[in-house]
Design a binder for this molecule. Structure first.
Ligand code: UD1
Length: 379
């Protein structure tokens, strides 16, 4: 029997850790699968892309579409045009996409129109907030996918409510947690990068912020930064900044008292917010596992902190990952400063934060389950 051609797509930073475990698993069965990797180039900086290939042990992309930044329509349209050429030449049996970024929707739409089957990793999540570009991407991708790989029970329920036939839904668990499990073992063996090691010995909070709703509007961004400054009274805040956030911060007229750190994280002081450039996957993981509190608007970090049992405050009005609040370590706090400081008081001095549990099937074996499904598929 000819090998099944599986074309996996990555584009932006959060895709890499979700797809890497599937690539490693597919590589175990070279007689059964021909595994092709396409990078759309949505993220292209060394720190936003290349470093993850190294940390996650990913093979080099077979094709790079070099799309880069632009408006939503530009980025989506360019990915579609360039991906269509690759699909037409390579004729994969299945295109695998992950998450909810523009590259996800662009490649699934392209494949579906070429009558190529689509598998969606991290399917079914819904914030029910269509002002988020990711929510549109999730809905459209799920609508046209053939294999819907879900991470948590809410995903199954959402898909059922939307009328997706049961046989298309595969509850496999969380491939991002597969990466976390594997790379935690790497850090335990080899140690973290030297720049972060000093921070591991002291109490600190870790922050990331990049959602358009939090950083694009100067009034909202000012509120976010003021919250981080206030949070630093409990412990120094390490604020790892996305390029988008960094650009927006430059446009603010208010004087920021934040301290830039390029090198080692030594001599951190209470009352200070330290600005860090984007970190490698392993360095970020090392810090996240040791943080006393995490403040974020990321989707993936809500899940990673739940797995690690680290208290997480999500500075958004909703989450598409409700399991992290129901049984995990996450709380949705918006930009409500009073609520955030009360939560930090509990985390730092109250000793009565939630007692998080690891969600079902977040066991490091989600990619194995995905590949079992692909293996059972008959053309
Ligand atoms: C994208 C995803 C978002 C995800 C985030 C993780 C969409 C709609 N959004 O948002 O869901 O949480 O990635 O990072 O797909 N830039 C660089 N270097 C890069 C990439 C981007 O400097 O390598 C800058 C550019 O100025 C760019 C801006 O960041 O215009 C935004 O990048 P873009 O890919 O449009 O969206 P993200 O905010 O990264």
């Amino acid at each position: 029997m000819p090998r099944k051609r599986i074309m996996s797509v990555v584009g932006a930073r959060p895709n890499f850790m979700k797809v890497a475990p599937v690539l490693l698993e597919l590589a175990k069965y070279p007689g059964e699968f021909d595994s092709i990797l396409v990078h759309t180039g949505q993220h292209y900086d060394e720190a936003m892309s290349d470093v993850f290939f190294r940390d996650l042990g990913m093979k080099k992309p077979d094709f790079n579409l070099n799309v880069g930044s632009g408006s939503h329509a530009y980025q989506t349209g360019e990915v579609m045009k360039r991906f269509e050429e690759v699909c037409t030449a390579q004729r994969p049996d299945i295109v695998l996409v992950a998450g909810d970024v523009n590259s996800t929707v662009a490649c699934s739409l392209t494949a579906a129109k070429l009558l190529i089957r689509v598998g969606h990793i991290e399917s079914g999540l819904r914030s029910f907030d269509r002002t988020m570009p990711e929510e549109i991407n999730r809905i459209v991708t799920d609508r046209i996918s053939d294999f819907l790989f879900t991470t948590e029970a809410s995903g199954n329920c959402n898909l059922q409510d939307e009328g997706v036939p049961e046989e298309k839904i595969h509850f496999v668990g969380n491939t991002m947690i597969d990466s976390l499990v594997r790379c935690s073992e790497v850090i335990a063996r080899t140690g973290p990068g030297c720049r972060v090691v000093a921070a591991g010995n002291r109490v600190f909070s870790l922050a990331t912020m990049h959602r358009p709703s939090n950083v694009d509007d100067p009034i909202q961004l000012t509120k976010v930064l003021d919250i981080l400054k206030s949070a630093s009274r409990y412990a120094p805040v390490l604020f790892v900044t996305h390029p988008r956030t960094r650009e927006r911060m430059k446009t603010l007229t208010t004087e920021l008292e934040f301290v830039e750190v390029e090198g080692n994280l030594e001599d951190l002081k209470d009352g200070v917010v330290y600005l860090l450039p984007p970190l490698s996957y392993l360095d970020f993981l090392y810090l996240m596992a040791r943080a006393t509190a995490v403040l974020t608007d990321s989707g993936g970090i809500q899940e990673e902190t739940t797995f690690l049992g680290v208290p997480c405050l999500t500075l958004r009005e909703n989450t598409e990952r409700p399991i992290t609040v129901e049984i995990g370590s996450n709380e949705i706090v918006g930009l409500d400063k009073k609520r955030i400081l009360t939560a930090l008081e509990r985390i730092f001095h109250g000793n009565n934060w939630k007692n998080p549990k690891v969600p079902p099937l977040w066991d490091g074996k989600a990619a194995e389950r995905i590949v079992e499904v692909l293996s059972a598929f008959r053309r």
